[in-house]
Design a binder for this molecule. Structure first.
Ligand code: IMP
Length: 426
């Protein structure tokens, strides 16, 4: 039996989809444990690109059972569209896709609330994906949320929606936003719920049967450690727990069952939405990274902010997640750079600091201190082994691994499954 958590170690978009897809070949179960359709996991294989928002990235491996865990917030309409997309790609989902009956539902009113929530912040917008994620978690914590199991109970569903809508419309009115009608929204949820019923079950029990049967389980985080509601750059965070601890609460798998925590980082760094980003480059180097890395959001299409890798932030991610395996993605994006930099400490108000500050004011003041590495100026895309990488590439990667004190397990040198270097055994 093995349980491995795969998490983003930066601000999301580290290339988790491809890595989970590769690891899924050996997994019996692949599960999502938090977030919702704010995530966009991109997979490239057989000359095709698939973007998944809710369904775990293991769905394209036919022997894998995919679970959407209790910690996820589910937009039933988006999920049904995604199920159709996957089916159209020739994938059989019957019996292979399970949805937790206790996962919370994102209703259309959550999306309206997401918009006015940003208006309420005035000039300090979070820059959410607008998918209703935050408001759905607000209702969950306030104990007035609709759960997937409620879609089976028309009276309860209507009652919950009615009560919530009265309050929501009062809030929308204060922003002169369009008020919402119950009937159409209720019918939509009831219809979508009926279609999703065959997938809804007690996934906690399924996980425990799988653990007892010695099966391999992969838990796939969405977003990244620095977007975590508790440990991220609050308030510029998402409303769930992408960190490894969230994998336990979001599935019902206990911490004692977790064997490995794999942290994924790009060879540089990106962020979408607002909030602190100490190593951000707003100059031509940043533009070059964005262009070479095609850094545009897979959920929203927004251009991503780009910068050098931040080892201070990554060290913090290693600490709060217990990362014991490292994956470096998008190495090829650095192929044409003369010089590559990595931030190894922060200068805050003239003082050199090695720990990641939690106070926004300090984060805003950070002046990154960089160590420079010589570029390799050659393509790494088809390199098959770590030893065959150019010497300067290995020097850079070894420096990252040494600084973080975590061994590198996988290096990704391009979007395709075959553009992957696996170091030792997985
Ligand atoms: P929300 O998750 O839509 O509420 O957005 C909150 C913050 O998290 C915003 O800055 C988003 O840009 C960011 N965010 C949410 N999902 C992702 C993701 O999958 N990748 C990167 N950033 C994300």
């Amino acid at each position: 039996m093995s349980v491995r958590i795969v998490i983003g170690a930066q601000w999301g978009d580290e290339g988790k989809g491809k890595i989970v897809d590769i690891l899924s070949a050996q997994a019996d179960y692949v599960a999502r444990y938090q977030g919702g359709a704010n995530a966009g996991h991109t997979l490239n294989f057989d000359g095709q690109t698939h973007i998944l928002h809710l369904i775990p990235s293991g769905i394209f491996h036919h022997n894998t059972v995919c679970i959407i865990g209790n910690g996820v917030v589910i937009d039933p309409v988006t999920l049904l569209e995604e199920i159709d997309m996957v089916k159209n790609a020739g994938v059989d989902v019957d019996g292979r896709l399970l949805i937790s009956e206790t996962a919370h539902v994102i209703l259309p009113y959550h999306k309206s609330l997401d918009k006015v929530g940003e208006m309420a912040l005035g000039g300090k917008k979070i820059g959410t994906t607008g998918r209703g994620i935050g408001p759905a978690y607000v209702h969950k914590i306030a104990r007035v949320g609709v759960r997937m199991m409620d879609l089976e109970d028309p009276d309860l569903l209507r009652k919950k929606m009615e009560v919530n809508l009265t309050e929501i419309n009062a809030r929308l009115a204060t922003y002169n936003a369009e008020l919402l009608e119950l009937d159409e929204m209720y019918e939509l949820m009831l219809e979508s719920g009926k279609k999703l019923l065959p997938f809804i079950c007690n996934t906690t029990d399924r996980f425990h049967k799988a653990l007892k049967g010695g099966r391999n389980i992969l838990l796939e985080g969405a977003q990244g450690a620095l977007l975590d509601i508790d440990h991220g750059t609050y308030p510029y965070v998402t409303s769930s727990s992408p960190v490894s601890g969230g994998a336990c609460t979001g599935t019902g798998i206990p911490p004692t069952a977790i064997e490995n925590v794999m942290g994924i980082t790009k060879a540089y760094c990106t962020r979408v939405g607002n909030g602190p980003f100490p190593t951000e480059l707003t100059d031509m180097t940043g533009d070059k990274l964005r262009e070479a890395g095609h850094e545009f959001g897979s959920t929203t299409g927004r251009p991503r902010r780009c910068g050098w890798v931040d080892l201070v932030a990554l060290k913090y991610a290693v600490q709060i997640n217990g990362i014991n395996e490292l994956v470096i993605t998008k190495l090829d994006v650095l192929d044409e750079f003369e010089t590559i930099k990595a931030c190894t400490s922060y200068n805050i108000g003239g003082e050199e600091r090695e720990e990641f500050p939690l106070r926004p004011k300090e984060l805003d003041e950070v002046k990154p201190v960089y160590t420079e590495y010589k570029g390799w100026k050659t393509s790494t895309r088809m390199v098959k082994t770590y030893e065959d990488l150019p010497e300067n590439t290995r020097k850079y990667l070894n420096a990252l691994s040494d600084f973080l004190d975590v061994p590198i397990k996988i290096v990704s040198t391009g979007p395709g499954r075959e553009e992957t270097i696996i170091v030792g055994d997985l």
